[in-house]
Design a protein around this ligand. Structure first.
Ligand SMILES: [Zn+2]
Length: 203
């Protein structure tokens, strides 16, 4: 069987974590040793992932932006596992994605990354861009992420103090700073509520 590097993406609040728990469960049922990786920038669950049912799973490798995936500390964990799952893969750096690709192709470990495609400005995250370039399969998750108008959401708009904005750092975890929240929006609503207003304000 071909060992693939796969990228599953959806907008925020699209049920990704539920899918990750399902995937890990299925793999472990089949006696696969699963290694769970999460970037350290996602401070939400710290060294855990948490789904809506408040189930938790401890992360095996918490990855900082400057760290190598294949560090001395991680190397045994990586070569001992059968399958790697990455949560919030958009926060990985392009060189970390390159490392995952190398692990997949050279060490022949299957890897599935879950994440967002685009940031709050509607632009690809550098990590997601690299995943699109290198992955064997890119799959848009069938999502339950709905825009406020009821259409399927594609954008992850940012609100600061209740107002949509396209300004600020690429990574701002909601809940970490109290006044930041994210709203899944469809293309039409993102254009109208965020992009067009921003352009008008900048004139
Ligand atoms: Zn909409």
């Amino acid at each position: 069987m071909q060992k693939k590097l796969c990228f599953y993406y959806s907008a925020m609040k699209g049920g990704k974590t539920t899918r990750i728990f399902q995937k890990i469960h299925d793999l472990e049922e089949n006696n696969q040793q699963v290694l769970l990786i999460k970037p350290a920038q996602d401070t939400k669950g710290e060294a855990k992932i948490i789904n809506r049912l408040k189930q938790t799973r401890t992360v095996d490798i918490l990855l900082f932006p400057a760290s190598k995936v294949l560090s001395e500390e991680n190397i045994d964990k990586i070569y001992d596992c059968d399958y790697i799952i990455v949560d919030e893969a958009q926060f990985l750096t392009p060189s970390q994605i390159d490392e995952l690709w190398k692990i997949n192709k050279k060490a022949k470990v299957s890897i599935t990354c879950f994440g967002l495609l685009t940031n709050f400005r509607g632009e690809l995250f550098p990590g997601s861009k690299r995943l699109i370039e290198l992955s064997d399969e890119r799959i848009e998750l069938e999502t339950n992420s709905l825009c406020t108008c009821g259409a399927t959401a594609k954008f992850n708009a940012r609100k600061v103090d209740g107002i949509f904005t396209m300004e600020g750092d690429e990574i701002e975890i909601d809940g970490a700073r109290k006044n930041v929240e994210y709203v899944p929006l469809c293309g039409a609503c993102f254009y109208k509520e965020v992009y067009r207003k921003q352009r008008r304000n900048n004139k």
